[in-house]
Design a protein around this ligand. Structure first.
Ligand code: BG6
Length: 480
């Protein structure tokens, strides 16, 4: 039986739901510069500058699903499902519009205070991500975002502003969403792009180091300001399997797992893994690592490990002739034992249990599952109903898998915030048609639609799951 305090809920990110991209004195954020269409991926990967695009492109974050104006209606729907918690992020540029201001923007703080108070009104615990793929444009223009050490103090100031304002109201904080995503999409994850003559790895690991120190400093400051609150790191998780038992395949899978855990090793164990220091030495990568950094990292490790899980990944030493089109930024080859989503992502509930066990074995700190879900096309019937058995099947199998990890393997898990409560702009493609929500939003990929909210079958299914504290996972539970 799952403990009755288990936090059932859903998750989102500011740039994917809020819209109102310049309202309330907000400044531009990195994702506001990511268009829909062919330029999105090269910019996200940091190989094309965001300004190097033609005029007239469509930017989906600008309106997103208009949570900024509709948060009361949306939170009422979360409450109707019985949510115990809700994970959302704060847009840095709502609080410090360029990132450089001496004083925070009161309108931005007030907006999030209203959101938090609205959640607390329904006894929904707010889980706040301080930066979910989010950097003010002002900081990118001023000094290339996280490439610069100056980001550390500015992030610290931003985090401290939030901690002081929301002290006593927010009990769970997350410093950076999917911090390891900087390896694959540095612009999306950190507002970083790589100029023609720059060394990609040098840039990425320098930026990553600054983020890691900033994360540790935020942890330190939270403990001073609100010692009752907890703070975690966040990993884009998913075990890398070897394609076969050929030791060559096993070794490439091992390396991929090490690289994926690199950030969490620092945030949870407080120091760089040795293999990484050796790699940096070998490859001439110089970290901007001061003695003070070493101490800050050591003394301020996280309270819990949060992570997203969508699928496992599969590594092969020699990929020639193999399908590498897995739809996933983390790479690998297609796993022939698994089925796939409409976007080609692998579907692997047992991999969820395997991943959970690996993370627990490695860190021995409480886990928090803060993203898991299925992107799929949905059809609205004439009567307004939406039948999404594929989403229910995915979620049901994954809830079963993490319950087994808790009940049979004894892994402590604080909660589960599926992705996502409400349809939102997808991060990779900037699409609306790749829908993750239990609540449908009437909007398409051209930005057209009424923004009306409709409840999918999965809405009623999850309500029953929460009501029974995860006991009734029957895909038809809501029909009983
Ligand atoms: C995670 C991100 O990578 O996966 C989310 O934290 C993202 O922001 C989610 O939306 C699903 O990915 P996508 O690209 O399908 O939206």
């Amino acid at each position: 039986m799952i403990n009755k305090d288990f936090l059932w809920g859903g998750a989102s990110a500011a740039n994917q739901i809020e819209g109102a991209y310049l309202e309330g004195n907000k400044g531009l954020s990195n994702i506001d510069l990511l268009p829909h269409g062919e330029y999105r991926l090269p910019i996200a990967r940091g190989i094309r500058k965001y300004s190097d695009v033609p005029e007239g492109l469509y930017y989906p974050s600008h309106e997103a699903v208009d949570f900024y104006h509709r948060y009361k209606e949306d939170i009422a729907l979360l409450a109707e499902m019985g949510f115990k918690c809700y994970r959302f992020s704060i847009a840095w540029a709502r609080i410090f519009p360029t990132g450089l201001e001496a004083e925070p923007n009161e309108e931005g703080l007030k907006f999030y205070e209203n959101v938090i108070d609205e959640l607390l009104k329904y006894n929904i615990e707010p889980i706040v991500t301080i930066s979910h793929f989010d950097v003010p444009k002002g900081l990118m223009d001023e000094f290339g975002s996280w490439k610069s050490r100056r980001m550390i103090e500015l992030y610290e100031k931003y985090a401290v502003t939030l901690f002081k304002r929301f002290k006593g109201k927010v009990k769970y904080w997350i410093t950076f969403n999917e911090i390891n995503m900087i390896l694959h999409k540095p612009f999306t994850a950190a507002g970083v792009w790589i100029e023609e003559l720059e060394n990609r790895e040098q840039i990425i690991y320098t930026a990553a180091h600054h983020m890691l120190v900033a994360s540790a400093l935020a942890t330190k400051r939270l403990r001073e300001i609100d010692p009752a609150a907890q703070i975690g790191c966040m990993l884009a998780a998913g075990e890398y399997y070897p394609y076969s038992c050929d030791p060559e395949d096993v070794r490439v899978a091992q390396i991929a797992n090490q690289e994926n855990y690199f950030f969490i090793d620092v945030q949870s164990r407080g120091e760089y893994p040795r293999w990484a220091l050796k790699k940096f030495e070998r490859e001439g990568i110089q970290l901007d690592l001061t003695a003070e950094d070493v101490q800050v990292l050591k003394e301020n490790t996280v309270d819990y490990i949060s992570f997203s899980y969508y699928a496992s990944r599969t590594q092969k030493a020699n990929t020639e002739g193999f399908d590498t089109n897995t739809g996933n930024a983390a790479g690998g080859v297609v796993n022939p034992h698994l089925s796939r989503s409409e976007w080609g992502w692998m579907i692997d509930p047992l991999g969820f249990r395997i991943t959970i066990n690996s993370i627990w074995d490695r860190y021995q700190k409480p886990l928090f599952i803060v993203e898991n879900g299925l992107g799929a096309r949905d059809k609205v019937e004439e009567d307004g109903s939406i039948h999404d058995p594929y989403r229910i099947a995915y979620l049901s199998a994954h809830v079963k898998a993490f319950k087994e990890a808790m009940e049979e393997d004894g892994v402590p898990i604080l909660g589960y915030t599926l992705w996502s409560a409400i349809d939102l702009v997808s991060s990779s493609e900037g699409q609306m048609e790749k829908r993750y929500g239990l609540i449908y939003v009437d909007k398409d990929d051209k930005g057209e639609g009424t923004l009306k909210r409709l409840k999918k079958d999965s809405f009623y299914w999850y309500k029953k799951v929460i009501e029974t504290n995860g006991e009734d996972l029957d895909p038809d539970n809501f029909r009983k």
